[in-house]
Design a binder for this molecule. Structure first.
Ligand code: ADP
Length: 246
């Protein structure tokens, strides 16, 4: 299988403390991956490296068929290269409708508020309807985002990222604070998204990880402790020791 993102031998230190220690990670172009690990394992720093927020001290971060190095590239350029990141807290424009939020995401090139002034094209409106269907909000296009549930806002934000058509989507704890029904819908949205792009889900909730039904990478001490199916990694003695704090 071809590789979309290849992280190899990456090390990051903060004031002499190694937050990431010789980390290697690969993901293919239409692959779902869960990244788990206890607090302080390096999950956030890993995402910061891939999105250009943190520059590694050592190692390589290579992207796409041409294996372009992402190290030293600006965060904005990395977004344009096709890497989208969803933080835990949704950051939708609360006073705008679902449709307006999706249009803004779709036409970011015109500036975030320009769609409120310019008349969107028929193609843009059709694209927005398709995005709304992908995130289960087709019936909520004209709803004010701020009046929707936490889960619906999270889906809208996923839709706003999908509007940018990323080749890799990094999602931080998408199921946090959701009801079981919302979690199920979030799973379906992410599984669908991963059919055409790579999706990395950083998650604490093991039940949610089980539902994603994908390969799991366990981080600990800034390195990969185990990798494989959830059943495989949860039988690994090192993983058991780390999770039980032995
Ligand atoms: P996780 O997301 O898995 O909880 P992090 O990537 O946030 O882990 O952190 C990994 C380690 O690096 C932790 O020990 C954390 O305290 C440390 N760390 C992260 N960012 C910084 C920073 N900016 N300065 C100092 N230490 C940091």
């Amino acid at each position: 299988m071809s590789t979309l993102l290849e992280v190899s031998g990456v090390t990051v230190s903060f004031d002499g403390f190694r937050a990431i220690n010789n980390l290697s990670f690969q993901i293919g172009p239409a692959e779902m991956r869960a990244v788990i690990g206890p607090n302080g394992a390096g999950k956030t720093t890993f995402m910061d490296i891939v999105t250009g927020k943190t520059r590694p001290d050592e190692g390589h971060v290579l992207w796409g068929e041409k294996s372009i190095s992402l190290i030293g590239m600006s965060e904005a350029k990395i977004v344009r290269a096709g890497i989208g990141r969803k933080f835990q807290k949704p950051t939708v424009f609360e006073e705008q409708t679902v449709q307006e939020n999706l249009l803004m995401a779709l036409r970011k090139d015109r500036g975030p508020l320009a769609v409120l002034i310019y008349k969107p094209s028929k193609a843009d409106l059709e694209h927005v309807v398709k995005l709304a269907e992908e995130i289960g909000l087709a019936d909520a296009l004209l709803r004010i985002s701020g009046e929707m549930s936490h889960g619906q806002k999270q889906w809208l934000e996923i839709g706003m990222l999908l509007a940018q058509d990323p080749r890799l989507l990094l999602v931080d704890e998408p199921a946090a604070g959701m009801t079981p029904a919302e979690r199920e819908k979030t799973t379906a949205i992410l599984v669908e998204a991963a059919k055409t792009r790579a999706v990395v889900v950083v998650e604490h909730d093991m039940e949610f990880v089980r539902r994603l039904n994908c390969k799991v990478t366990v981080l600990h001490g800034g390195a990969v402790l185990a990798e494989g199916s959830l059943d495989h990694v949860t039988k690994n003695q090192d993983v058991i020791d780390v999770y039980l704090g032995r």
